[in-house]
Design a protein around this ligand. Structure first.
Ligand SMILES: *Cc1c(COP(=O)(O)O)cnc(C)c1O
Length: 397
């Protein structure tokens, strides 16, 4: 840093300049420090110019809006998980999705989006893509109609596998072959897989998005999105993100880094607990279907076995048709250990009523029963099943 001698100065000036570079001897902390910064100082104008000339291609610490060392540490961890060239961070998972669409699509383009996507991505299509003349067609969640829906202007296939709410599986390697043959970009929302249970880039995708809000952070106290890409797909994302001033707070990056250290251990426990609850739900007479790709009864089970290394805490179930929405809400309101709330991926159990008719436009959910989504947390599953038993009792009331 700057070793230039300071001129003699008053207390006012010393207040500004003292205590900035504490000298100390000792070891290293386990974790990367939280580096809060907007302005970054250079030793000389020559260094400043040199850094600016290189910063579009290289990851350099030149201004807070372009990231900082804490964020870089998290980017590296996510790149490692996803098997990516590099990663960018965004304030939310939804912002990561929006910036991905903005980075690779322009007016006149067409995108094929899975019927199984996280529902707010549909709103993005209607509110942002459509007015900018970027057309979108939804394809069946199993990917079976993708080839016939490709148009001359198609630029991107956007998949989410396993899908939101009922965890439909598609053959991502097959979609990757199709995309490569046609010169299309394959994007996957990997929030379910969290870089552990599913790895879209290894299966042929160009871009993988995660809501780090969920399992990476794992404690329901921070919002963040990540986009990881191959080397070939990197530049448009990096340029657009810089152009739009996209960054995250180093405090938030630190929280996600801290959470991610225990990701594998937490996921193993979520998985074990969820499988117990899922199998128990299958024995309940009130339940028509249990959705979890690790169950042999799930339509995507074979693909899950082939492409995933495990499942997580998410399970959903469909009630028999004789139970209406009010009954499903009685069940939910009757639960004491499950928090009523959206999102998931924290250490705690959650429950929410899904609206499948609104969340799907290709699959026909009319005439089906109410669907309830559970996130199984790290509590004792025996207690969770006792709680659900109380909920089922309220259902009958
Ligand atoms: C939650 C979620 C998102 C959005 O993440 P936020 O951080 O809540 O904006 C995106 N995709 C999937 C599959 C999600 O579950």
């Amino acid at each position: 840093m700057n070793e230039k001698p300071l001129p003699a100065s008053s207390p006012l000036t010393r207040l500004v300049h003292a205590g900035k570079q504490p000298a100390f001897e000792g070891g290293q902390p386990v974790n990367p420090p939280v580096v809060r910064a907007s302005t970054v100082l250079f030793d000389s104008t020559a260094q400043q110019h040199a850094m600016r000339a290189r910063r579009s291609e290289e990851r350099l610490f030149t201004y807070g809006a372009r990231g900082n060392p804490t964020n870089f540490a998290l980017e590296d961890l996510v790149s490692e998980l996803e098997g990516a060239y590099r990663t960018r961070l965004f304030p939310t998972g939804l912002a990561a999705i929006a910036m991905t669409l903005l980075s690779y699509l322009k007016p006149g383009d067409h995108v094929l989006m899975s019927d199984s996507v996280y529902e707010p991505a549909r709103k993005l299509v209607d509110s942002f893509l459509a007015p900018y003349n970027i057309r979108c067609t939804f394809f069946a969640a199993d990917g079976s109609d993708v080839e016939e829906k490709i148009e001359a202007g198609t630029r991107m296939i956007y998949a989410e596998c396993p899908g939101s709410l009922v965890y439909e599986m598609c053959d991502l390697p097959q979609l990757a072959r199709l995309a490569r043959a046609r010169g299309l970009l394959l994007v996957a929302d990997n929030t379910w897989g969290s870089g552990c249970q599913y790895r879209p880039l290894a299966l042929g995708a160009d871009v993988s998005i995660m809501a780090a809000t969920k399992y990476l952070s794992g404690h329901s106290d921070v919002m963040m999105g990540t986009v990881a890409t191959t080397k070939q797909a990197w530049q448009p994302l990096a340029e657009r993100s810089d152009a739009f001033g996209m960054t995250v707070s180093p405090d938030d990056a630190y929280l996600v880094l801290r959470g991610a250290r225990s990701l594998a251990a937490r996921l193993a426990m979520h998985e074990g607990n969820a499988l117990q609850v899922a199998q128990w739900l299958q024995t309940r007479s009130e339940v028509a279907t249990v959705f979890c790709p690790a169950l042999p009864s799930h339509p995507g089970h074979a693909l899950w076995q082939r492409d995933c290394t495990g499942t997580n805490g998410l399970i959903s179930f469909e009630l028999n048709k004789d139970f209406d929405k009010a009954a499903a809400e009685r069940l939910i309101d009757g639960l004491a250990l499950f928090g009523i709330g959206a999102s998931w991926g924290g250490y705690e159990s959650l429950v929410t009523l899904a609206n499948m008719r609104r969340a799907r436009s290709v699959a026909d959910w009319s005439g089906r029963g109410q669907v309830i989504r559970l996130h199984i947390g790290l509590e004792d599953p025996a207690d969770l099943m006792r709680d659900l038993q109380q909920g089922f009792a309220a259902l009958a009331a």
